[in-house]
Unconditional design. Structure first.
Ligand SMILES: [Zn+2]
Length: 103
């Protein structure tokens, strides 16, 4: 509950809006496919940073930024999408926390 209140101050929607303000014009010119490829490249950089034990904080920020850029280009409000899928708990078992068998 405390986390939810905190996110209400600067939530995912506000961060997505910030990314749009900074990058939307460029993201639209680049297009959805190339933006998606950049996002996947950033996921690899997160893995590299984790393995090397340095730069992880910056790389996870970049990964979210590229995901939000992709969502901006294809017209998805990520906060809406996440809450629609996970807002009532685990989509499979409905639990909070999840009670599904570990994968
Ligand atoms: Zn579950």
């Amino acid at each position: 509950m405390v986390l939810f209140v905190y996110l209400g101050m600067v939530g995912l929607r506000e961060i997505q809006g910030l990314m749009a303000e900074i990058y939307l014009e460029r993201d639209r010119r680049r297009g959805a496919e190339k933006t998606l490829l950049w996002m996947l490249s950033e996921a690899g950089e997160v893995a590299d940073a984790y393995i090397k034990g340095e730069g992880l904080r910056e790389e996870v920020a970049d990964l979210l930024a590229w995901l939000l850029s992709f969502c901006n280009v294809v017209g998805i409000d990520l906060e809406d999408a996440v809450m629609a899928k996970y807002g009532d708990g685990c989509p499979m078992c409905g639990g909070r926390p999840c009670r599904c068998p570990m994968r």
